[in-house]
Design a protein around this ligand. Structure first.
Ligand SMILES: [Zn+2]
Length: 302
């Protein structure tokens, strides 16, 4: 991990998932997310100690294991306070909840008990809601951006916006034609909300540092609309079960699921598309011959 300066007292550590570091009064530091696994926690503590910084707080954008992996280690070794949004704080405290959710609400198979799905549990000290938080002389503006998870939240510090996983970067758009989502309805609303912010820098959860996200926002929205369009057209041909639709979507977008973990990231995402189409009156369902079939009603777009 190599610390990069962004602006004023704001730094970030580029990596598999990006981590924000803000230097406050009295050599106190704040982190935005903590990377993947305990190893990340150890590396972050080393970086802080090398610079004589004391960790005051961790702000989590959401509860996924690739953003919270270092939490437990850092809290244990520094006593830092953890700030997280409500739904994600539940996953932080009870990681099994996250893997249970992707496994259809049942006790998950052991293969889903990986650091990515189930990191070390970590208590949350403060539930973050929209607005400003003052800590160590630093003002952190919490901006709820739900959609990737139920309460996913971005943070603005000194004109640098940490957007978490609501916005896919160039590389993710090129490599993953469908981004993980808890709610497509909320993700679209959050992407539209992002249009109203004009910061000097944007640190995405994954990918490079950005100066202007105007085009990225539109490309993210266009990607979602394209998938909605494909699903609607597929269901307009004949009613289909979710599993058949999942295969068709993968074939169309040339997605190859390589293991069960990828399957269980994609499965809820597909249902986020189905619930958006259903809740906007574009599709309906029927339970027939012990099968749940989805079909189109009305016209595309609701
Ligand atoms: Zn995530």
């Amino acid at each position: 991990m190599a610390l990069q300066h962004v602006l004023h007292n704001v730094y970030y550590l580029p990596g598999a998932s990006n981590i924000g570091l803000i230097v406050g009064e009295g050599n106190q530091a704040l982190l935005i997310d903590t990377g993947v696994g305990q190893r990340s926690g150890r590396q972050l503590l080393q970086i802080l100690e090398e610079r004589g910084l004391k960790l005051a707080a961790i702000f989590n954008t959401h509860g996924h294991g690739d953003h919270t992996g270092g939490n437990a280690y850092l809290v244990e070794h520094t006593g830092a306070k953890v700030y997280a949004p409500l739904y994600d704080s539940i996953v932080l405290q009870h990681p099994a909840w996250g893997s249970m959710c992707v496994f259809g609400g049942a006790e998950p198979i052991n293969e889903l008990s990986t650091p990515r799905f189930a990191p070390q549990p970590c208590a949350t000290d403060v539930i973050v809601t929209e607005g400003e938080v003052q800590i160590a002389g630093v003002t952190v503006q919490a901006v709820p951006l739900p959609g990737h998870t139920g309460s996913h939240t971005g943070y603005i510090v000194n004109d640098v916006f940490f957007t978490g996983d609501i916005l896919a970067g160039e590389e993710e758009l090129a490599n993953a034609p469908i981004s993980y989502a808890y709610s497509i309805t909320k993700r679209l609303e959050s992407l539209q909300k992002l249009r109203n912010y004009f910061c000097s820098y944007y640190v995405l959860g994954h990918g490079s540092l950005e100066r202007d996200i105007t085009e990225l926002i539109e490309r993210n929205i266009a990607q979602i609309m394209d998938v909605l369009h494909f699903i609607w057209r597929y269901l307009a041909q004949a009613p289909a079960e979710a599993n058949n639709l999942l295969s068709a979507v993968c074939e169309h977008y040339k997605i190859e699921m390589r293991n069960i973990r990828e399957y269980y990231l994609f499965y809820p995402t597909l249902h986020a598309y189905l619930s958006h189409l259903r809740n906007t009156g574009q599709i309906a369902y029927q339970v027939k011959d012990n099968r749940l079939l989805w079909y189109t009603v009305g016209s595309e777009g609701g």
